[in-house]
Design a protein around this ligand. Sequence first.
Ligand code: 13P
Length: 246
Amino acid sequence: MSTRKKLVVGNWKMHGSRPANAELLAGVLAGRPYGAEVAVCVPAVFLTETAATLAASDVRWGAQDVSAHEQGAYTGEVSAAMLAECGCRYAIVGHSERRAYHAEGDMLVAQKAQAALAKGVTPIVCVGETLAEREAGQTEAVVKRQLSAVIHQLTHCAAEMVVAYEPVWAIGTGRTATPEQAQAVHAVLRAQLQAATGHGERMRILYGGSVKADNATALFSQPDIDGGLIGGASLKAADFIAICRA
Ligand code: 13P
């Protein structure tokens, strides 16, 4: 049995409002204790309030992106130091929505991961293939290429990241990877992490893509799936709580 503690992270994406967040976070707090570590990655403008709400609890918070730059004339960007100041434990980097809609490439994603880590914010590095790539038999090559860029950038600190496998075709579609499909990719990623860092066995690899209360247990019981990165189902306290308990 592995000693990796399960981690369940809600990615709110561009959802939420002050009243809705207050209700959701109250629900998440009321659902404790969880066997897993639990975190929410909220829109940057809500970080301060989220920090205030969660500070006295064991529920952690984080951001959905971070600038690759330390500081300077980068209008609209948020630095890792600012996230650290808001108490962020995590920052998602390289989410497929950022790769697709903001043209973020492997190199930029790797630099963002490094920027986060340099300020003590753990990057949750997302990798995943599109449907066309899967159907062309390129899944392994794609995720290995995406992860390799980050491993090379982080060098001796690579073991400090969290990895999230999110097949693009499973995000927001209701079409989840089967536990066996997800496990197969997680095993590939763990072998790559082990070869590169020597610490693959203690690193956490999350699955994301249409995780719901009714499929979370089957996914999370796979040997190399250490929890989940949850989109839609993290917006309703009851659904998110059920996944955190799975
Ligand atoms: P859904 O859970 O809505 O499919 O989103 C997954 C995701 O992108 C989490 O980062």
